[in-house]
Design a protein around this ligand. Structure first.
Ligand code: ZN
Length: 316
C-alpha cells in the first residue's frame, strides 16, 4: 500500500445513518462500503451494536461487518454503547471497537442511562473480554470522549473533566482515546488547546483521532488546527450525511469529499482517489432520495487541471 499521511475513517454508515429517518437497504449499505473501500478509504465504521428497537437504521450491523471483512486491507470499525454491544461486535469480527463516553454526565445519563463510573466499569469489562482473545484476534479498543467540546444540555465541559476521563479510559485499558465534537461546538483554538492538554495527559501517541461535525461551518478549520497538533486520523461522512435537525443547511459530520480535497491540496496523502469518491455519492442519492447530501467540492466540481498540474502546497 502507498504511504498515507492522514487516515480518514468513514463514519457515514454509522453516524450519518443513525441521524436520519430513512432506513438504507442492506444491499445499498454493502455497495456503499465496497465502493468507498475501492476508492482507498482505509477504515469504515460500518455501524453500531445497539438494540435494533433503539436504532432500527443500524439493525444490520453484524451483517455489514461480515461483508466489510471480506474487503482486503479495510479496517472494519464499529461503535458499541456497552459490554453487550462489544461482545456482539467481537463475535462479528470487527477490527476496531469504539465506546463513546460522554464528557457531560447529564448527556451520558440521557443517552445510555449510565454515570461516568458505570461507563468506566463497562470499559474494564470489555478490556477483560478482549484480553481473553488470542492476540491476533483482539480488536483495537478506543474510548471516544463525546461532547468533549461542549454539550447541548450542560453547555461548556471543563477541561479538567476531559483530562480525568481520558486518564480513566487509559487506566481501564483502552488502547487510545479520541475526542468527539458531537455537538459541533468546537472552534480551532479550542481544538488546539484540548488536543495539547489531552496528549500531555495520556501520551502523544494515545490521542491520534478526532471526530468532528460541521454544524457551525468550522469543521475543516478545526481539522487544520488539529493537524497542527499532530492529529493523524479524522472521522468524516460521505455527503456529510446526517445533517443537524436544529440547523437546516448544516451537514452532519465533516464531509469526506471536502476533507480529502483539502488534504490533497496540502500535499497530505490519504490514499483516496477523490474523483472516484465523488461517484460514490450516487449510491447515497439513489438509496436515500429523501435525505440531503452536503459538500462544496461535490457541488462545485474539481478545479480545472486537478490533480495534475494543480498546485499542491503544504500548510506551512
Ligand atoms: Zn458524531
Amino acid at each position: 500500500m502507498n504511504r498515507i499521511d492522514i487516515e480518514i475513517s468513514e463514519v457515514g454508515p454509522r453516524d450519518g445513518l443513525q441521524s436520519i429517518k430513512s432506513i438504507m437497504p442492506l444491499d445499498a449499505k454493502k455497495a456503499w462500503i465496497s465502493a468507498e473501500a475501492a476508492c482507498g478509504v482505509p477504515e469504515i465504521e460500518v455501524g453500531s451494536f445497539v438494540p435494533p428497537r433503539l436504532l432500527p437504521q443500524l439493525a444490520d450491523t453484524a451483517e455489514l461487518v461480515a461483508h466489510a471483512r471480506t474487503i482486503d486491507g479495510l479496517v472494519v470499525a464499529a461503535l458499541v454503547p456497552n459490554f453487550k454491544g462489544a461482545e456482539n461486535a467481537i463475535k462479528a469480527g470487527v477490527h476496531k471497537v469504539t465506546i463513546p463516553l460522554s464528557a457531560s454526565e447529564t448527556h451520558s445519563m440521557a443517552n445510555v442511562n449510565r454515570t461516568h463510573n458505570q461507563m468506566i466499569d463497562e470499559v474494564k469489562k470489555i478490556v477483560a473480554l478482549i484480553r481473553t482473545l488470542p492476540p491476533e484476534r483482539r480488536p483495537r479498543f478506543e474510548g471516544g470522549i463525546s461532547t468533549a467540546f461542549g454539550c447541548t444540555l450542560e453547555g461548556p465541559v471543563p477541561e479538567a473533566k476531559i483530562l480525568a476521563l481520558a486518564s480513566a479510559l487509559m487506566e481501564a485499558g483502552c488502547d487510545e482515546v479520541g475526542l468527539s465534537d458531537t455537538t459541533g461546538y468546537a472552534t480551532p483554538g479550542h481544538i488546539a488547546r484540548l488536543v495539547r492538554a489531552v496528549k500531555k495527559e495520556v501520551g502523544e501517541d494515545r490521542l491520534t483521532g478526532l471526530h468532528l461535525h460541521n454544524t457551525r461551518g468550522l469543521g475543516l478549520a478545526n481539522v487544520l488546527a488539529a493537524l497542527d497538533q499532530g492529529i493523524t486520523t479524522f472521522d468524516a461522512s460521505l455527503g456529510g450525511l446526517g445533517g443537524c435537525p436544529f440547523a437546516p443547511g448544516a451537514s452532519g459530520n465533516i464531509v469526506t469529499e471536502d476533507l480529502v480535497f483539502m488534504l490533497d491540496a496540502m500535499g497530505l496523502k490519504t490514499g483516496i482517489n477523490l474523483e472516484e469518491l465523488l461517484k460514490v455519492r450516487t449510491i447515497l442519492a439513489e438509496a436515500l432520495p429523501d435525505e440531503d447530501l452536503f459538500g462544496f467540492v461535490p457541488e462545485a466540481g474539481l478545479p480545472k487541471g486537478y490533480p495534475d498540474g494543480y498546485v499542491f502546497q503544504r500548510h506551512p
